[in-house]
Design a protein around this ligand. Structure first.
Ligand SMILES: Nc1ncnc2c1ncn2[C@@H]1O[C@H](COP(=O)(O)OP(=O)(O)O)[C@@H](O)[C@H]1O
Ligand SMILES: CC(=O)OP(=O)(O)O
Ligand SMILES: [Mg+2]
Length: 459
């Protein structure tokens, strides 16, 4: 391991940090990257539950870690990445800090950027812009910036590449991404935000961001899933058309036609669309003004300017508001075995599941219909489940596929069980009779980030 250069990919999600370490020299120039280890911290921000820290060396030579840390709501994105870094470099593998020459960070909102950007200790300017963009991704950008700054401090010599979720959605058609509201240079009906001296339209202008359009997120995940389906189907990505449900702590769907994002459920911010672990998803926009007194006031969150309305919709809504938890497994467990739990709790869990899947079905039907309209059933390469919930919940996949049965979906129960148990990255869970294949793909946003480093620096 002594002379090998490594790329570390770090993915700050809203409830997790996932990291993967790739060896460059072993792979050779532009050869497939070789993942040597992966680490994760899950359960961040969860009240009353301890975070779970894992590290696994993928060659199976041991020294893996699986432990609990502090309580989820008492940790932050500043201290956790150095903690993971230390676990990689203090293992008996003898990996030295200076061998990690590149870190690829997933950033959710890239604003107007059409390419990744590079950050070093001498050139940190881009981070201020990324932090300001937190206005439009309050659960993500600030956390990622904290993570990047803490990595720059821990490994001052490395180069960081910022890989944006938004890059994948540059192909969205104008009629899809445009909101039917006045442009900022026309009449602005509502002062979107007046917090101290800040005004979101002023900020948007400064950032060259169009506040009247959808950007779309989970783009690195969709790129990874698209590649997996293409590989498994023996096709090029440009020939793949799929509808994907990425269901994590934040969930979104994407319609990919011929390898390009053509529609997605998240919008200007990652709040629009599906119900999330703590996010409302789409609601009547005027609800905000009816329910949240002083909704435009600053919520007083640490380090970022977020209105009370956004704090409510981003952090206190979704499954958490309906079921008191964003633990999807516990929600389905209580719903399926109500007599073993408090009746009120079980009823709330059932409603949470029903609301969640009602919205999910709505978007999936809509996207499958759009693809069907232009490409017919034979032009659809599949329906894909991914993200923590999509990859793990056997029940949700079975239920959704059954409710979409009228379109010809048919899931094989055994394969469906196997998909959550095994380590296979891409698994088809539909039976022979299914008119459209159903897939489960373990998304790999970290690999997409690391590949961007490889391409950018021609490694
Ligand atoms: N066994 C499981 N069954 C159902 N859902 C699960 C299971 N394990 C984890 N999840 C859910 O996955 C979600 C986290 O997904 P993940 O994609 O890791 O999140 P993030 O958005 O932080 O990237 C949580 O809502 C969690 O409840
Ligand atoms: C965009 C988004 O919601 O990401 P995550 O699901 O990782 O929080
Ligand atoms: Mg995620």
């Amino acid at each position: 391991m002594s002379s090998t250069t490594y790329i570390l990919a770090i993915n700050c999600g809203s409830s997790s940090i996932k990291a993967k370490l790739y060896a460059v020299n072993d792979a050779g120039k532009r050869k497939p990257l070789h993942a040597v280890a992966e680490g994760s911290i899950k359960g961040i921000a969860a009240k009353g539950q301890k975070i779970k820290i894992k590290l696994e060396w993928l060659d199976g030579s041991g020294h893996d870690i699986s432990e609990e840390g502090e309580l989820g709501d008492q940790v932050d994105y500043q201290t956790l990445p150095p903690l993971l870094l230390k676990k990689f470099t203090s293992s008996s593998k003898g990996l030295k800090d200076e061998q990690i020459k590149y870190i690829a960070h997933r950033i959710v909102h890239g604003g107007p950027h059409k390419e990744p950007i590079i950050i070093t200790r001498e050139h940190e300017e881009g981070l201020t812009e990324m932090d300001t963009l937190s206005e439009f991704a309050p659960l993500h950008n600030h956390s990622a910036v904290l993570a990047i700054r803490s990595c720059l401090k821990a490994l001052p010599e490395h180069t960081s590449l910022l890989a944006f979720d938004t890059l994948f959605h540059q192909t969205l058609p104008e009629e899809v991404y445009t909101y039917a509201i006045p442009k900022p240079d026309q009449e602005v009906p509502i002062p979107l935000r007046k917090v101290s001296k800040l005004h979101s339209l002023g900020i948007a202008q400064k950032l060259n961001l169009t506040p009247t359009r959808q950007y779309g997120f989970h783009g690195l995940s969709y790129r990874s899933i698209l590649q997996s389906i293409a590989t498994k189907s023996g096709k090029q990505t440009k020939d793949v058309s799929i509808v994907v449900a990425h269901l994590g702590s934040g969930g979104s769907c994407c319609m990919i036609r011929n390898g390009e994002s053509q529609d997605t459920t998240m919008g200007l911010t990652p709040l629009e669309g599906l119900v999330g672990g703590t996010r409302s998803g789409s609601i009547d926009p005027t609800l905000v003004f009816h329910l949240v007194e002083g909704c435009a006031e600053d919520a007083g969150l640490d380090g970022i300017k977020v209105t009370r309305a956004e704090a409510t919709l981003n952090k206190k809504s979704g499954l958490t508001a309906l079921a008191g938890t964003n633990d999807f497994n516990s929600i389905t467990t209580k719903m399926l075995d109500p007599s073993s739990y408090d009746a009120k709790d079980a009823k709330a869990s059932t409603l949470a599941y029903k609301v969640y899947t009602d919205r999910l079905l709505c978007y999936l039907t809509f996207y499958l219909g759009k693809l069907f309209e232009t490409d017919g059933v034979d032009g659809i390469d599949g329906l894909v489940f991914s993200g923590g919930i999509g990859e793990k919940s056997v029940f949700l996949r079975k239920d959704i596929s059954k409710r979409l049965g009228w379109m010809g979906f048919q899931v094989d129960d055994k394969l469906n069980e196997q998909a959550s148990a095994g380590k296979e990255v891409t698994i088809k869970i539909s039976g022979e009779a299914s008119k459209i294949p159903v897939w489960v793909v373990q998304t790999d946003e970290e690999e997409v980030c690391a590949k961007m480093v490889q391409e950018y620096f021609d490694l």
